[in-house]
Structure formats: structure tokens, C-alpha cells
Design a protein around this ligand. Sequence first.
Ligand code: 8Y4
Length: 279
Amino acid sequence: MSLEYTRLQCGSRTLSLERPSVMGILNVTPDSFSDGGRFLGAESALKHAEAMIAAGADIIDVGGESTRPGAADVSEQEELDRILPVIEMINTRFDTIVSLDTSKSAVIHEGAKVGAGLINDVRALQEPNALNIAAKTGLPVCLMHMQGKPRSMQQAPIYKDVVAEVAQFLMERRQVCIDAGIPASQIVIDPGFGFGKNLQHNLTLLQGLSELSKLAPVLIGLSRKRMFANILNNDSANRVVASVTAALLCVQRGASIVRVHDVEETVHALAVYRAVNEL
Ligand code: 8Y4
């Protein structure tokens, strides 16, 4: 971690970067919360958020758009309808930072109004107006690297030097954000594991994560991703232990925030890491 940056100001809440933080994933898509209508979707999303908070999540990342390879686009209104009630309910019921996983300027704008504390954009604020709207919210932003577009990014990713190219993209986007008025201390970077990367690219990025950690606070998302099926030579293997192991390896290389499905397991691994490191 770049030692200059010790905390994120997430609206009214503060996130310390002096200890690694766990971000729990909350997908609010019809496929993730098998649909009995909007209300049941929001209710079950809230139950899941509550369980992750009880398990020790520092942040809940709410997303209404699937960015899986090949997933369909979601309209602005659809995304707003999915996420706004959930953000608002988590915010009023719990003292936990809500992260907003979106790329759309209107969703950033409306999400901030109902209490989102961090903008997590897999498109690094490159969509129309997203940069200026994000800057106006004053919230921290996570800029992620992706090669290509979700629909086709896994077809033939190619790099000469994956660590250097990812670092260069993230530093360029970071500077664009600073020029737009986002304080450097409010910018988090993310190599985007699995977003236009093959297994070798992902492993090289993980191995070289210390290089990125020198540049800015780093967030990583590896949880249950396909790369573990490749490593385990088993498409249907349970990926939880592999995911927790990889998250810990990232924290050892300086990652500040880990975005995970399995909050309790990750919190336990980080507790052991901390206990040993604080001797
Ligand atoms: C099972 C379920 C397996 C979902 C894989 C997945 C990242 C991210 C995603 C990330 C940041 C995902 C929104 C992909 N990945 N945001 N978002 N970093 N910052 N796939 O790596 O989790 S969605």
C-alpha cells in the first residue's frame, strides 16, 4: 500500500486502509435473487447483506449489472430500480459502507443521493459523463483495468508485459480523475482479474501485485472466478478455499481491500494474517 493514503472518506463514513478490508459482494440481478418480484428481491438482498455484515464485512458492494463474459446489457432504469432501494435500506439499517458497482453516470448520481459511500467502476469512469458526476459526489472511486469489453474480453487477451500495461492504464486513468477534481487520496486501483486476462496473465498480475500496491491503494476481486477452475483442473470444483488463499496472497502483496463472496472465510484468514503480523 502507498503509505501516504491511510483512509478513504466514504461520505459520512471513513474506511481505514491501515488494515486490509473485506468487501462483500451483493448482486442484485434477477438471476442472483431468484425473482418473486422487486420487493422479494430487495428483501433477500437485505438478508444477504445482513449476513455478510455479521460475518465481518467492512463494505457491501451492490451491483445491478452482470459483467460476466457474454452477459446482456441492462438499461439505466432497470439498474436504478434494482439497486436504489437496496442501497437505501442497507444504509439506514446498518453502519456499513455501501459500495456501488456501476458504470453509468445516472446510477452514480442517484446512488450517491441514497447514501452510497464508494463508486466501484469496472470501466474506470470511461462511460459518458461518469467521470464528472463521480467527481461531484466527492466519494472515493475504484478504477479497474479491463482489456476489451465484457462480451468478448476473454476471446484472445494479449499483452507484452501485463503488469506494466495494467499499471500504465490505471495510472493514466488515475491522473484523468485527479484532473477532474477527485483527490488522489480518494482513488483506489484494481488490476481486474479475469477481465480480458487468461490464467497466465492473472497469475503474473497476482505475483506482481506489490508493484501496483506501491502506486495507490489496491482493491482485488478474485472470488470464485474461472481462473480457479483452470488451476484446479476442475470446472465444478468448489472455489471457496482457492479464492480465500488467493485473497490472502494479494493482501501479503499489499492489497487494501478484497472483494469476496465468502466473507466469513476471508475474515478468518485475514485474522490469522494479522495475528502473525502484529507480533
Ligand atoms: C462467480 C460469480 C464467479 C461472479 C465470478 C464472478 C470485479 C468487480 C466484478 C473485480 C472490481 C465477478 C464488479 C465479476 N469483478 N469489481 N466486479 N474488481 N473492483 N464474477 O475484480 O465477480 S464482477
